[in-house]
Write a protein that binds this ligand. Structure first.
Ligand code: MN
Length: 224
């Protein structure tokens, strides 16, 4: 064992410094077309779940197909990196708390999620499993500002599966941070996966997932 105090972290574009990750929050249901494809109610407020920080996988890495599932889905998402903590953050102040942006994959055991939903059980095993959070390098706000539009896409073996735009998010970055901070004391080092557009679907060992968000970056992950 190398260390009892290991800290998960993410790459930052253009620097050797890394972003130490405290928690990974994820927003459920943030694009209308995805809510409809999953048969859910679009009028409900956003909700949140977490993944463990050590579930991060850097771009260029491998996603080992997880056990106890036959239906593992890709979900490409904008990721917010938090620099400044707070609670009950007002929508108009929320952008002041952002360090930068990235894109990530909210990998999901869809069969386990559907079973959990049907039985009224937690999503933990469906969402928070090992290697379930591949992520691209973070781009600081000082470089790219606060993108509120731009193509978000994901391809499997070069075939486009998800193709949408950040401007189709139901809850924007400010609203997402504000909602989250009513439930939790948001802290520096928190990442927020902001929900996926429509087109989610299964991957299999041997597949290569590539994805991107215009102005933020790209990710490539091999399913093994
Ligand atoms: Mn998701």
């Amino acid at each position: 064992m190398s260390s009892l105090t290991s800290v998960s972290s993410a790459e930052v574009t253009g620097t050797d410094e890394r972003f130490p990750v405290r928690r990974i929050y994820c927003i459920g249901r943030n694009y209308l077309a995805h809510i409809k494809e999953m048969g859910n109610d679009e009028r409900k407020p956003p909700f949140f779940f977490q993944k463990p920080p050590d579930a991060l996988v850097p771009t260029g890495g491998e996603f080992p197909y997880p056990p106890q599932s036959d239906n593992v889905h890709h979900e490409i998402e904008l990721v917010i990196a938090i620099a400044k903590g707070g609670k009950d953050i007002a929508v108009e102040d929320a952008l002041d708390h952002v360090y930068g942006y990235s894109l990530g994959l909210d990998m999901t055991r869809r069969d386990q999620q559907n079973k959990a939903k049907a039985e009224g059980k937690p999503w933990e095993a469906a969402k928070g499993f090992d290697h379930s959070a591949p992520i691209a390098p973070i781009r600081p706000v000082s470089e790219i500002g606060h993108p509120d539009s731009g193509r978000i896409w994901l391809a499997v073996n070069g075939e486009i599966r998800q193709d949408s735009d950040l401007n189709l998010q139901i809850w924007n970055v400010q609203e997402g941070i504000s909602h989250l901070s009513k439930l939790y004391n948001v802290m520096p080092g928190d990442l927020i996966f902001t929900g996926t557009p429509d087109g989610v679907g299964p991957v299999n060992p041997g597949n290569v997932m590539t994805g991107g968000i215009d102005g933020i970056g790209e990710i490539i992950i091999s399913v093994v």
